[in-house]
Design a binder for this molecule. Structure first.
Ligand code: GLA
Length: 375
Protein backbone atom coordinates (compact mmCIF):
# COMPACT_ATOMS: atom_id res chain seq x y z
CA UNK A 1 0.00 0.00 0.00
CA UNK A 2 1.31 3.44 -0.94
CA UNK A 3 1.98 5.77 1.99
CA UNK A 4 2.17 9.55 1.67
CA UNK A 5 4.69 9.74 4.53
CA UNK A 6 7.30 7.73 2.62
CA UNK A 7 6.26 8.48 -0.98
CA UNK A 8 8.98 10.21 -3.02
CA UNK A 9 7.15 12.17 -5.70
CA UNK A 10 8.65 12.94 -9.10
CA UNK A 11 5.85 15.43 -9.70
CA UNK A 12 3.05 17.12 -7.76
CA UNK A 13 -0.02 18.57 -9.46
CA UNK A 14 -2.68 20.82 -7.93
CA UNK A 15 -6.04 20.59 -9.65
CA UNK A 16 -8.81 22.96 -8.52
CA UNK A 17 -12.58 22.69 -8.32
CA UNK A 18 -14.67 25.23 -10.14
CA UNK A 19 -17.40 27.68 -9.38
CA UNK A 20 -19.85 28.97 -11.96
CA UNK A 21 -21.27 32.45 -11.58
CA UNK A 22 -23.97 32.00 -14.19
CA UNK A 23 -24.79 30.03 -17.34
CA UNK A 24 -25.99 26.75 -15.85
CA UNK A 25 -26.79 23.74 -18.06
CA UNK A 26 -25.73 25.87 -20.98
CA UNK A 27 -22.43 24.32 -21.97
CA UNK A 28 -23.91 21.28 -23.73
CA UNK A 29 -26.37 23.61 -25.45
CA UNK A 30 -23.55 25.54 -27.13
CA UNK A 31 -23.96 28.82 -25.23
CA UNK A 32 -22.02 31.04 -22.83
CA UNK A 33 -20.96 30.21 -19.29
CA UNK A 34 -19.04 32.14 -16.63
CA UNK A 35 -16.99 29.76 -14.48
CA UNK A 36 -13.68 30.12 -12.62
CA UNK A 37 -11.21 27.84 -10.87
CA UNK A 38 -11.30 27.97 -7.08
CA UNK A 39 -8.79 27.55 -4.27
CA UNK A 40 -10.16 24.21 -3.03
CA UNK A 41 -8.32 21.49 -4.88
CA UNK A 42 -7.10 17.97 -5.39
CA UNK A 43 -3.36 17.35 -4.99
CA UNK A 44 -1.87 14.47 -6.94
CA UNK A 45 1.57 13.04 -6.15
CA UNK A 46 3.12 11.10 -9.04
CA UNK A 47 6.11 8.79 -9.23
CA UNK A 48 7.34 6.84 -12.25
CA UNK A 49 7.64 3.07 -11.81
CA UNK A 50 9.40 0.40 -13.80
CA UNK A 51 6.58 -1.79 -14.94
CA UNK A 52 3.38 -1.56 -16.93
CA UNK A 53 1.10 -1.01 -13.97
CA UNK A 54 -0.10 1.97 -11.96
CA UNK A 55 -0.89 1.92 -8.25
CA UNK A 56 -3.37 4.60 -7.28
CA UNK A 57 -4.28 5.55 -3.72
CA UNK A 58 -7.06 7.90 -2.74
CA UNK A 59 -6.27 9.18 0.74
CA UNK A 60 -9.86 10.40 1.16
CA UNK A 61 -11.49 7.10 0.25
CA UNK A 62 -8.69 5.22 2.04
CA UNK A 63 -8.82 2.97 -0.96
CA UNK A 64 -6.32 1.92 -3.60
CA UNK A 65 -6.27 -0.05 -6.83
CA UNK A 66 -3.88 -1.24 -9.48
CA UNK A 67 -4.22 -0.54 -13.19
CA UNK A 68 -2.81 -2.76 -15.90
CA UNK A 69 -1.99 -0.38 -18.75
CA UNK A 70 -2.59 -3.15 -21.29
CA UNK A 71 -6.16 -3.52 -20.07
CA UNK A 72 -7.85 -0.15 -19.59
CA UNK A 73 -11.46 -1.09 -18.95
CA UNK A 74 -14.35 0.29 -16.91
CA UNK A 75 -14.47 -0.61 -13.24
CA UNK A 76 -17.47 -1.30 -10.99
CA UNK A 77 -16.11 1.34 -8.60
CA UNK A 78 -17.08 4.82 -9.74
CA UNK A 79 -14.09 6.93 -8.67
CA UNK A 80 -11.69 4.55 -10.41
CA UNK A 81 -13.44 5.25 -13.72
CA UNK A 82 -12.39 8.91 -13.72
CA UNK A 83 -8.77 7.75 -13.78
CA UNK A 84 -9.19 4.72 -16.05
CA UNK A 85 -11.20 6.81 -18.51
CA UNK A 86 -8.53 9.51 -18.74
CA UNK A 87 -5.74 6.97 -19.31
CA UNK A 88 -7.86 5.20 -21.91
CA UNK A 89 -8.49 8.42 -23.84
CA UNK A 90 -4.84 9.54 -23.66
CA UNK A 91 -4.01 6.18 -25.17
CA UNK A 92 -6.47 6.81 -28.00
CA UNK A 93 -4.77 10.10 -28.94
CA UNK A 94 -1.18 9.07 -28.17
CA UNK A 95 -0.94 5.28 -28.23
CA UNK A 96 1.63 3.66 -25.91
CA UNK A 97 2.72 7.00 -24.46
CA UNK A 98 1.90 6.14 -20.84
CA UNK A 99 4.29 4.05 -18.77
CA UNK A 100 3.92 2.71 -15.25
CA UNK A 101 3.47 5.16 -12.37
CA UNK A 102 2.17 5.41 -8.83
CA UNK A 103 -0.09 8.19 -7.67
CA UNK A 104 -1.45 9.36 -4.32
CA UNK A 105 -4.51 11.59 -4.46
CA UNK A 106 -5.43 13.95 -1.64
CA UNK A 107 -8.40 16.27 -1.79
CA UNK A 108 -10.05 19.09 0.08
CA UNK A 109 -12.87 19.30 -2.47
CA UNK A 110 -16.12 17.98 -1.09
CA UNK A 111 -17.64 15.34 -3.40
CA UNK A 112 -21.08 15.71 -4.97
CA UNK A 113 -21.25 19.40 -4.10
CA UNK A 114 -21.51 20.87 -7.57
CA UNK A 115 -17.93 22.16 -7.52
CA UNK A 116 -16.68 19.52 -9.90
CA UNK A 117 -14.35 17.30 -7.97
CA UNK A 118 -14.73 15.01 -11.00
CA UNK A 119 -13.20 17.42 -13.52
CA UNK A 120 -10.48 18.26 -10.99
CA UNK A 121 -9.56 14.58 -10.75
CA UNK A 122 -9.75 13.94 -14.50
CA UNK A 123 -7.71 16.99 -15.48
CA UNK A 124 -5.23 16.44 -12.63
CA UNK A 125 -4.52 12.91 -13.84
CA UNK A 126 -4.29 14.02 -17.48
CA UNK A 127 -1.99 16.93 -16.70
CA UNK A 128 0.20 14.81 -14.42
CA UNK A 129 0.61 11.94 -16.87
CA UNK A 130 1.24 14.43 -19.68
CA UNK A 131 4.08 16.05 -17.69
CA UNK A 132 5.48 12.82 -16.29
CA UNK A 133 5.96 11.21 -19.71
CA UNK A 134 6.34 14.33 -21.88
CA UNK A 135 3.37 13.27 -23.98
CA UNK A 136 2.83 16.70 -25.52
CA UNK A 137 -0.93 16.99 -25.08
CA UNK A 138 -2.26 20.52 -25.51
CA UNK A 139 -4.60 22.14 -22.96
CA UNK A 140 -7.53 21.66 -25.32
CA UNK A 141 -6.69 17.98 -25.76
CA UNK A 142 -6.57 17.57 -21.97
CA UNK A 143 -9.92 19.34 -21.62
CA UNK A 144 -11.64 17.27 -24.29
CA UNK A 145 -10.25 13.89 -23.34
CA UNK A 146 -11.18 14.49 -19.69
CA UNK A 147 -14.73 15.25 -20.77
CA UNK A 148 -14.75 12.15 -22.98
CA UNK A 149 -13.61 10.03 -20.03
CA UNK A 150 -16.67 11.17 -18.11
CA UNK A 151 -18.95 10.30 -21.02
CA UNK A 152 -17.58 6.87 -21.74
CA UNK A 153 -16.27 5.54 -18.42
CA UNK A 154 -18.44 7.35 -15.85
CA UNK A 155 -21.59 7.65 -17.94
CA UNK A 156 -22.44 11.33 -17.35
CA UNK A 157 -22.88 13.19 -20.63
CA UNK A 158 -21.38 16.38 -19.18
CA UNK A 159 -20.59 19.52 -21.15
CA UNK A 160 -17.13 21.08 -21.37
CA UNK A 161 -17.40 23.90 -18.81
CA UNK A 162 -15.90 22.13 -15.80
CA UNK A 163 -12.84 20.74 -17.53
CA UNK A 164 -12.30 24.06 -19.30
CA UNK A 165 -12.40 26.02 -16.04
CA UNK A 166 -10.13 23.55 -14.25
CA UNK A 167 -7.49 23.78 -17.00
CA UNK A 168 -7.78 27.41 -18.10
CA UNK A 169 -8.63 29.04 -14.76
CA UNK A 170 -6.69 32.17 -13.84
CA UNK A 171 -6.35 33.80 -10.45
CA UNK A 172 -8.89 36.58 -9.85
CA UNK A 173 -10.54 36.07 -13.24
CA UNK A 174 -13.78 34.63 -14.53
CA UNK A 175 -13.86 32.83 -17.85
CA UNK A 176 -16.55 33.90 -20.29
CA UNK A 177 -16.58 30.80 -22.45
CA UNK A 178 -18.41 30.29 -25.70
CA UNK A 179 -19.07 26.57 -25.49
CA UNK A 180 -19.68 26.22 -29.21
CA UNK A 181 -16.41 27.70 -30.46
CA UNK A 182 -14.40 27.37 -27.21
CA UNK A 183 -13.34 31.01 -27.63
CA UNK A 184 -13.05 32.68 -24.25
CA UNK A 185 -12.39 35.98 -22.55
CA UNK A 186 -10.94 36.48 -19.09
CA UNK A 187 -12.94 38.93 -17.04
CA UNK A 188 -11.68 40.50 -13.85
CA UNK A 189 -13.58 39.05 -10.91
CA UNK A 190 -14.05 42.26 -8.99
CA UNK A 191 -17.05 42.00 -6.69
CA UNK A 192 -15.75 44.30 -3.98
CA UNK A 193 -17.08 45.04 -1.40
CA UNK A 194 -18.79 41.68 -1.84
CA UNK A 195 -17.40 38.17 -1.47
CA UNK A 196 -18.33 34.91 -3.14
CA UNK A 197 -19.63 32.47 -0.53
CA UNK A 198 -20.67 28.90 -1.25
CA UNK A 199 -23.13 27.19 1.04
CA UNK A 200 -23.00 23.42 0.78
CA UNK A 201 -26.44 21.97 1.43
CA UNK A 202 -24.72 18.65 2.10
CA UNK A 203 -27.46 16.88 0.22
CA UNK A 204 -26.59 14.91 -2.85
CA UNK A 205 -29.63 13.32 -4.43
CA UNK A 206 -29.05 10.16 -6.39
CA UNK A 207 -31.03 11.69 -9.25
CA UNK A 208 -28.16 13.98 -10.14
CA UNK A 209 -26.46 11.86 -12.77
CA UNK A 210 -29.50 10.19 -14.33
CA UNK A 211 -31.57 13.39 -14.51
CA UNK A 212 -28.58 15.22 -15.98
CA UNK A 213 -28.62 12.92 -18.99
CA UNK A 214 -32.41 13.24 -19.18
CA UNK A 215 -32.08 17.04 -19.41
CA UNK A 216 -29.64 16.66 -22.30
CA UNK A 217 -32.10 14.42 -24.12
CA UNK A 218 -34.94 16.85 -23.47
CA UNK A 219 -32.90 19.68 -24.96
CA UNK A 220 -32.13 17.53 -28.02
CA UNK A 221 -35.85 16.80 -28.39
CA UNK A 222 -36.71 20.51 -28.23
CA UNK A 223 -34.01 21.41 -30.76
CA UNK A 224 -35.03 18.67 -33.17
CA UNK A 225 -38.65 19.92 -33.12
CA UNK A 226 -37.55 23.52 -33.70
CA UNK A 227 -35.16 22.48 -36.49
CA UNK A 228 -38.04 20.94 -38.42
CA UNK A 229 -39.24 24.49 -39.02
CA UNK A 230 -35.97 26.41 -38.63
CA UNK A 231 -33.21 24.15 -39.92
CA UNK A 232 -30.44 26.74 -39.48
CA UNK A 233 -30.25 26.57 -35.70
CA UNK A 234 -27.43 24.27 -34.59
CA UNK A 235 -27.83 24.77 -30.82
CA UNK A 236 -30.74 25.55 -28.53
CA UNK A 237 -28.96 28.65 -27.24
CA UNK A 238 -29.08 30.15 -30.75
CA UNK A 239 -32.85 30.04 -30.83
CA UNK A 240 -34.30 33.39 -29.66
CA UNK A 241 -36.97 33.23 -26.92
CA UNK A 242 -39.45 34.68 -29.42
CA UNK A 243 -38.99 31.65 -31.67
CA UNK A 244 -39.14 29.18 -28.77
CA UNK A 245 -42.47 30.76 -27.79
CA UNK A 246 -43.93 29.86 -31.19
CA UNK A 247 -43.72 26.23 -30.01
CA UNK A 248 -45.62 26.73 -26.76
CA UNK A 249 -48.67 24.81 -27.87
CA UNK A 250 -46.95 22.17 -29.98
CA UNK A 251 -44.14 21.06 -27.67
CA UNK A 252 -44.92 19.06 -24.51
CA UNK A 253 -44.92 21.57 -21.62
CA UNK A 254 -41.80 20.12 -19.99
CA UNK A 255 -39.80 20.22 -23.23
CA UNK A 256 -40.98 23.75 -23.95
CA UNK A 257 -39.92 24.89 -20.47
CA UNK A 258 -36.45 23.39 -20.88
CA UNK A 259 -35.95 25.22 -24.19
CA UNK A 260 -37.24 28.50 -22.78
CA UNK A 261 -34.90 28.26 -19.80
CA UNK A 262 -31.89 27.54 -22.03
CA UNK A 263 -32.40 30.49 -24.35
CA UNK A 264 -33.13 32.85 -21.45
CA UNK A 265 -30.15 31.69 -19.38
CA UNK A 266 -27.72 32.13 -22.25
CA UNK A 267 -28.91 35.69 -22.82
CA UNK A 268 -28.87 36.36 -19.09
CA UNK A 269 -25.23 35.25 -18.87
CA UNK A 270 -24.17 37.79 -21.48
CA UNK A 271 -26.23 40.47 -19.76
CA UNK A 272 -24.71 39.59 -16.38
CA UNK A 273 -21.24 40.09 -17.85
CA UNK A 274 -22.23 43.55 -19.07
CA UNK A 275 -23.50 44.40 -15.57
CA UNK A 276 -20.23 43.20 -14.07
CA UNK A 277 -18.13 45.21 -16.50
CA UNK A 278 -20.09 48.36 -15.74
CA UNK A 279 -19.84 47.63 -11.98
CA UNK A 280 -23.60 47.30 -11.64
CA UNK A 281 -23.41 44.57 -9.02
CA UNK A 282 -27.11 44.79 -8.17
CA UNK A 283 -27.95 44.12 -11.82
CA UNK A 284 -25.47 41.24 -11.82
CA UNK A 285 -26.94 39.76 -8.65
CA UNK A 286 -30.45 40.02 -10.01
CA UNK A 287 -29.40 37.85 -12.95
CA UNK A 288 -28.31 35.20 -10.43
CA UNK A 289 -31.74 35.18 -8.80
CA UNK A 290 -33.43 34.91 -12.18
CA UNK A 291 -31.12 32.05 -13.08
CA UNK A 292 -32.17 30.21 -9.94
CA UNK A 293 -35.85 30.80 -10.67
CA UNK A 294 -35.39 29.29 -14.13
CA UNK A 295 -33.46 26.30 -12.77
CA UNK A 296 -36.15 25.74 -10.14
CA UNK A 297 -39.31 26.17 -12.19
CA UNK A 298 -38.43 25.63 -15.86
CA UNK A 299 -35.41 23.37 -15.88
CA UNK A 300 -36.38 21.60 -12.63
CA UNK A 301 -32.92 20.67 -11.40
CA UNK A 302 -33.12 22.31 -7.97
CA UNK A 303 -34.40 20.72 -4.75
CA UNK A 304 -36.15 21.98 -1.63
CA UNK A 305 -32.95 22.44 0.36
CA UNK A 306 -31.34 24.61 -2.36
CA UNK A 307 -34.54 26.62 -2.82
CA UNK A 308 -34.65 27.23 0.93
CA UNK A 309 -31.04 28.45 0.96
CA UNK A 310 -31.71 30.86 -1.90
CA UNK A 311 -35.02 32.05 -0.45
CA UNK A 312 -33.49 33.04 2.89
CA UNK A 313 -31.23 35.50 1.07
CA UNK A 314 -33.96 37.27 -0.87
CA UNK A 315 -34.74 39.84 1.84
CA UNK A 316 -31.20 40.37 3.06
CA UNK A 317 -29.95 43.69 1.77
CA UNK A 318 -26.32 42.68 2.20
CA UNK A 319 -26.68 39.90 -0.36
CA UNK A 320 -26.96 40.89 -3.98
CA UNK A 321 -27.43 37.51 -5.61
CA UNK A 322 -27.82 33.81 -4.89
CA UNK A 323 -28.57 30.67 -6.86
CA UNK A 324 -27.95 26.95 -6.98
CA UNK A 325 -24.70 26.06 -8.72
CA UNK A 326 -23.66 23.14 -10.90
CA UNK A 327 -25.68 20.18 -12.10
CA UNK A 328 -28.25 20.47 -9.30
CA UNK A 329 -30.32 18.13 -7.08
CA UNK A 330 -28.10 19.11 -4.15
CA UNK A 331 -24.64 20.57 -3.70
CA UNK A 332 -23.95 24.25 -3.22
CA UNK A 333 -25.56 27.61 -3.62
CA UNK A 334 -23.36 30.51 -4.72
CA UNK A 335 -23.97 33.79 -2.87
CA UNK A 336 -22.59 37.28 -3.34
CA UNK A 337 -22.38 38.60 0.21
CA UNK A 338 -21.16 41.93 1.64
CA UNK A 339 -17.71 41.35 3.15
CA UNK A 340 -18.74 42.67 6.59
CA UNK A 341 -21.68 40.29 6.83
CA UNK A 342 -20.18 36.99 5.71
CA UNK A 343 -19.89 35.52 9.20
CA UNK A 344 -23.34 36.67 10.26
CA UNK A 345 -24.83 35.20 7.09
CA UNK A 346 -23.17 31.83 7.54
CA UNK A 347 -24.06 31.62 11.24
CA UNK A 348 -27.71 32.59 10.82
CA UNK A 349 -28.29 30.44 7.76
CA UNK A 350 -26.60 27.42 9.33
CA UNK A 351 -28.87 27.69 12.35
CA UNK A 352 -32.16 27.93 10.45
CA UNK A 353 -31.10 25.31 7.91
CA UNK A 354 -30.22 22.81 10.60
CA UNK A 355 -33.45 23.54 12.44
CA UNK A 356 -35.45 22.98 9.25
CA UNK A 357 -33.70 19.96 7.71
CA UNK A 358 -31.62 18.58 10.54
CA UNK A 359 -28.58 18.78 8.26
CA UNK A 360 -25.38 20.67 9.01
CA UNK A 361 -24.53 23.30 6.45
CA UNK A 362 -20.94 23.91 5.42
CA UNK A 363 -19.60 27.06 3.89
CA UNK A 364 -16.74 27.86 1.57
CA UNK A 365 -15.41 31.39 1.24
CA UNK A 366 -14.12 31.25 -2.30
CA UNK A 367 -10.95 32.68 -3.72
CA UNK A 368 -10.62 32.51 -7.48
CA UNK A 369 -7.38 30.75 -8.33
CA UNK A 370 -5.26 29.37 -11.14
CA UNK A 371 -6.15 26.25 -13.05
CA UNK A 372 -4.41 22.88 -12.86
CA UNK A 373 -0.65 23.24 -12.43
CA UNK A 374 2.62 21.65 -11.45
CA UNK A 375 3.87 22.72 -8.02
C1 GLA B 1 -22.13 19.69 -14.42
C2 GLA B 1 -21.50 19.35 -15.77
C3 GLA B 1 -21.21 20.60 -16.58
C4 GLA B 1 -22.41 21.53 -16.64
C5 GLA B 1 -23.02 21.74 -15.25
C6 GLA B 1 -24.32 22.50 -15.30
O1 GLA B 1 -21.20 20.35 -13.61
O2 GLA B 1 -20.32 18.62 -15.60
O3 GLA B 1 -20.78 20.25 -17.87
O4 GLA B 1 -23.35 21.09 -17.56
O5 GLA B 1 -23.27 20.51 -14.59
O6 GLA B 1 -24.11 23.79 -15.75
Amino acid sequence: MLDIRTFQSDLIIDSPGRINLIGEHIDYNGGHVLPAAMDKKITLHFKRSNNNTCNILSSNFKSSFTINLDKLERSEIEWQNFILGVLFHINVIKPNSIQGFDCIIESNLPLGSGISSSAALECGIAKGVNELFNIGLSDIEIIKLSRDAEHTFVGTKCGIMDQFAVVKGMKDHLILLNCETLDYKLIEADFSPYKVVLLNSNVSHSLASSEYNVRRDECDTALAAIQKKYSDYKFLTEVPAKVVKEFKTTLPEKIYNRALYVTQENKRTLKAVEFLKSKDLKGFGNCLYKSHDGLQHLYEVSCKELDFLVDVTRDLDYIIGSRMMGGGFGGCTINIVHKDKVEEFIENTSAIYEERYNIKLSSILTTISDGVKKI
